[in-house]
Ligand binder design. Structure first.
Ligand code: AMP
Ligand code: GLY
Length: 422
């Protein structure tokens, strides 16, 4: 089978690494890929949001199956286009990707079907939104309605901050924030939960948790994710059952009942409150860097599982996982998530990958003049597998310390919550 992976981050390197190892895979392409992905796949210079270019590439290379990594092409209808062209594709169509692409759609669906989430109100007019906040006299969480690359949420601490966030989101994000959702702030521990969904069956994956803040101790600005660990102790067996019964299965049934059946990876962001788990958001694809730790722990062949998801055959599938723990430490360019330079050479990658149990996934890297250089905000995902989470962290940081890259930084405390509990 000829497979194309769409995307060029650490998540897509992990997907390519796992798919390349499948006996079912005869040829693997990635668009656009990165310097690390080029070791396991043929990279094509087509952007992940170039829908016409991707359909043409899949056609030209006689691709049998496309795996879409990021959310933007899903929301833009890449899967609809590929399937219409007779090419099987993993991921929701545009109608089902609204679960991630529109916060208002997701919240309204939850309201219609009694799925636990924060109370909310949606506004098209910023003046009305601000008046509504004034009337209530307390702070709200402010969210842009559309995709905002992780920058569309402000957890405001006061009425003043809430008002300011309504204006900022509209100005900063242009069209994405034409509509805002105001939500009650939920208190608790965050957890995330990934499932494969074939429009009817739900197959939960191993548990994983990311670290969103840029700095140690969960301080500093939010990022796409500075690291992840698996398993995540907060999602124990009872919590997993509760989340499946109250949140994920009702959502899958609701989408089917409303004519937008969901197929693909459904990733729920949750807040574990005193009243039980509540939904913060859905993502309609693997998390990045959660994908790196999940696929490192997966013992089964990934490719048949993704095909079964596309084909509606998850009812027969069982996945096996390593008992060992995985940790991914993201190395990013200094300045991220703000502005950062590009082009600094990175050394020591082979030495880092030689640490027992360690895989170096590339995110923002490129080849330049015979060297691997930093080419993005999040650049590497140093991922380790070992029997305990403490050993795993040690291995991951041992590998991090072998990377020669003065302009890079990472958090030094990835997995601390799991170690504390373990
Ligand atoms: P989202 O993109 O909706 O997951 O929001 C990004 C982050 O904002 C989440 O990971 C939470 O840390 C925070 N957040 C979002 N919604 C809420 C809420 N209703 N209450 C408290 N924190 C929230
Ligand atoms: N790590 C969070 C995300 O991929 O959305």
């Amino acid at each position: 089978m000829r497979v194309l992976v769409v995307g060029g981050g650490g998540r897509e390197h992990a997907l390519c690494w796992a798919i390349a190892a499948s006996p079912l895979c005869d040829a693997l392409y990635c668009a656009p890929g990165n310097a690390g992905i080029a070791d396991v796949a043929t990279c094509a210079a087509v952007g992940a949001e170039d829908i016409d270019g991707l359909v043409a590439l899949a056609h030209d290379q006689a691709i049998d199956f496309v795996v879409v990594g990021p959310e933007a092409p899903l929301v833009a209808g890449l899967v609809d286009r590929l399937e219409a062209a007779g090419i099987r594709a993993l991921g929701p169509n545009a109608a089902a990707a609204r679960l991630e692409g529109s916060k208002a759609f997701m919240k309204d669906l939850c309201a219609r079907h009694g799925i636990p989430t924060a109370a909310y109100a949606t506004f098209d007019d910023p003046g009305l939104a601000k008046a509504w906040v004034e009337e209530r006299g307390r702070a709200f969480v402010v969210k842009a309605d559309g995709l905002a690359a992780g920058k569309g949420v402000v957890v405001a601490a006061s009425v003043e901050e809430t008002r300011a966030a309504i204006d900022e989101l509209r100005q900063g994000l242009g069209g994405a924030a034409a509509r805002v959702v105001l939500e009650e702030r939920l208190i608790g521990q965050e957890a995330s939960f990934h499932c494969l969904v074939d429009s009817v069956h739900v197959l939960p994956l191993a548990t994983a948790q990311d670290h969103k803040a840029a700095g140690d101790g969960d301080t500093g600005p939010n990022t796409g994710g500075m690291g992840a660990y698996s398993p995540a102790p907060v999602m124990d067996a009872a919590m997993t059952r509760d989340v499946l019964d109250r949140i994920v299965r009702p959502t899958v049934a609701a989408m089917a009942a409303e004519g937008a059946p969901f197929r693909g990876v459904l990733f729920a962001g949750l807040m574990i409150t005193a009243e039980g788990p509540k939904l913060l958001e859905y993502n309609t694809r693997f998390g990045d860097p959660e994908c790196q730790v999940l696929l490192t722990r997966l013992k089964s062949d990934l490719l048949p599982a993704l095909l079964a998801t596309r084909d509606g055959e998850l009812g027969h599938l069982d996945l096996r996982w390593h008992d060992a723990a995985a940790v991914c430490v993201v190395m990013a360019t200094r300045g991220y998530p703000g502005a950062y330079p590009k082009g600094e050479p990175i050394g020591g990658l082979d030495a880092a990958g030689a640490v027992e149990g360690v895989t170096v996934f590339h995110a923002g890297t490129a080849w330049k003049d015979g060297a691997i250089v930093a080419n993005g905000g999040r650049v590497l995902g140093i991922t380790a597998l070992a029997p305990t989470i403490a050993d795993t962290r040690e291995r991951a940081y041992q590998a991090v310390d072998r990377v020669q890259w003065p302009g890079g930084f990472c958090r030094r405390d990835i997995g601390w919550r799991a170690v504390g509990r373990g």
